[in-house]
Design a protein around this ligand. Sequence first.
Ligand code: 13P
Length: 339
Amino acid sequence: MQVSAMEQTILDLTAPAKGILAADESTGTMEKRLKNVGVQSTKETRRSYRESLFTSPGLNNYISGVILFEETLNQRSESDVPLPQLLSAQGIVPGIKVDKGTQALSNFPGDKWTQGLDGLSERLAGYKELGACFAKWRAVFTIGDGIPSYPVISVNAESLARYAAICQSLDIVPIVEPEVLMDGNHTIERCASVTEQVLETVFHCLHKHRVVLEHMLLKPNMVLPGKDCSQQATPEEIAVATLRCFCRTIPVAVPGINFLSGGQSDEAATANLNAINVCAGQKPWQLSFSYGRALQAPALKAWHGEAANQKAGQQALLKRARLNSLARQGKYHTNMENE
Ligand code: 13P
């Protein structure tokens, strides 16, 4: 049977035991992350840090795809290989973040909507020429007094669906990322109810825009209590709440769900992914990761901008990638953190 370009990308991205590395921080976010470890953010330090991540030996055992920022898609390695090709030569699929960030939604304080639809089709065609096979668009929802409002859920869900339809018209697999933030003191029940409403609206819009669900991936938050909630939850409670929400809202046609880490500690993100996979049993979707901070934070800390620490940074990334690969199969145990 002939496999289409999007089917091949989905097969590659959902390969057993693998997940996605999100390395698509905007220049502003990268500046903060580098500053935290005492490194000045320049085009060159961002390039060299990312090249160091992508050349970690054996990364392709655990990582099926990497999401890049536009700047990185255009950069070349020390040995003059374009960074997307450096990835694809290792069997890692290059992808691209295409949204243009968020803006306050007028009349709804605290709500934000994601921009970037204007000219998206032309931008995507250029990214595809540079080697991108998949894309990512992130919408964020803050939980607070009276928010997220219905208008913000609706406008973000429409944009996610419109973006996904445009990607598919160019044979690019869309990652649809509706993120309910963990900032605040809300309970796990409130997060469950907001996540359910968001996912229900997103899938309604995807359906309206005739997005082929088999040719997309979903990148959602886990259902968690707010960071400042006095009642925190165990991995098992998080797994039960997350899977209940997904069973109610995500069609079985969606091949893969790749969680964001969203500000969880690296170890919590791994333990929770493991519990979800243990609890899921024979659920229809691949339940994997597309972590940014939870994969990179220890690597950044170990690297600290010193060439002499490059290997230590790569080892730190490989450790998190390996443990999340085990968690994605429900085979992780916290004892493994100390091995
Ligand atoms: P985090 O895992 O750090 O939340 O980042 C994932 C991501 O790609 C956010 O858009």
